[in-house]
Ligand binder design. Structure first.
Ligand SMILES: C[S@@+](CC[C@H](N)C(=O)[O-])C[C@H]1O[C@@H](n2cnc3c(N)ncnc32)[C@H](O)[C@@H]1O
Length: 291
């Protein structure tokens, strides 16, 4: 997926739909910035209009003013749908494979060795979209546990604010043609092929489901979990956030990571100039400093 391009927002307004006026666009910009950390420029007006038109239709609303009214009345209830409409949930299995290589070759063996006397291993997929990232993490984790015979209490937390994305993640069913990143061996091992009406789809193995806990969470709101985490994957999420939002988020990640814990960002994201709690130790891989 190409995260950084304007085409992520890229549906032009349909002809004949209601227009997004100045006051409504300003309201939406403020709302989206406050709740999602996304700063929408004036250039995004047409794109936002096009994207939200579908949502207006689904809700049976005729004007953007009514949609703004709904957001005023029930901000929490509509936030996920709004965020889904203006951002992208596009993702894939084993995207940015070099991060998984680092896990398999270095981090998992080290953590499992360190924790073999007991202890917990926790990985957080923050902004997990439709689940491909946490299930790919679960595959390498399950394989490492099996290979070493480790009995470590290991879990992956997967969170997102998009209700549709999380529904898909919970279902754990994927079209075969979207599973290109998975080796044949892993496909056989970790998926059950659908039959009949599920022909063309595959379902994740129960073992992967057991390792992954899926929860709704807005990264800008309060977090119920206390950590600590050994690693946080927050890839292709902060790309939409402005600088102060990224700074706050990275500080909060530092607070939840183990000393020496890892933060993985997406290929076009960087922490440069935003936090001194981390050192860059690989391609968009950061390690929390041990003070
Ligand atoms: C492009 S996907 C990235 C998926 C996956 N991490 C990857 O790299 O393939 C970005 C995800 O971040 C989520 N997201 C955006 N803003 C968020 C926020 N404030 N809180 C939680 N999730 C957010 C979106 O809903 C979307 O599912």
């Amino acid at each position: 997926m190409n995260t950084a391009t304007a085409s992520n927002f890229g549906v032009a307004a349909s002809a004949g739909g209601p227009l997004l006026g100045d006051a409504e666009f300003q309201f939406l910009r403020d709302f989206v910035y406050r709740h999602c950390g996304i700063a929408l420029s004036e250039q995004k007006r047409q794109l936002v209009q096009g994207r939200l038109l579908r949502r207006l239709r689904a809700l049976g609303l005729k004007e953007f003013a009514s949609y703004c009214e709904l957001l005023r009345k029930d901000p929490a209830g509509e936030l996920g749908e709004l965020a889904s409409a203006i951002s992208t949930n596009v993702t894939s299995f084993f995207r940015e494979m070099h991060h998984y290589d680092l896990l398999v070759e270095q981090l998992l063996p080290r953590w499992l060795e360190e924790k073999k006397g007991g202890g917990r291993l926790r990985i957080w997929s923050a902004g997990c979209a439709t689940g491909e990232e946490p299930y790919a993490l679960a595959m390498v984790l399950a394989e490492a546990l099996e290979r070493t015979g480790s009995k470590v209490d290991a879990r992956i937390l997967a969170t997102d604010l998009s209700p549709q994305a999380l529904e898909h993640a919970c279902a754990g069913m994927y079209a075969l043609d979207r599973m290109g990143g998975i080796s044949d061996e892993r496909r056989r091992r970790w998926f059950l092929r659908g039959e009949g009406r599920y022909e063309g789809y595959a379902c994740v193995h129960q073992r992967l489901r057991e390792l992954v806990a899926i929860q709704p969470l807005n990264l800008l709101h309060d977090w119920p979990m206390r950590g600590p985490f050994d690693a946080i994957f927050c890839r292709n999420v902060v790309i939409y956030f402005d600088k102060p939002t990224k700074q706050r988020l990275f500080d909060r990640y530092a607070g939840l990571l183990e000393p020496g814990g890892y933060l993985f960002l997406g290929h076009s994201e960087s922490m440069h100039g935003l936090s001194d709690a981390f050192d860059l130790v690989g391609r968009t891989v950061y390690r929390k400093r041990v003070s």
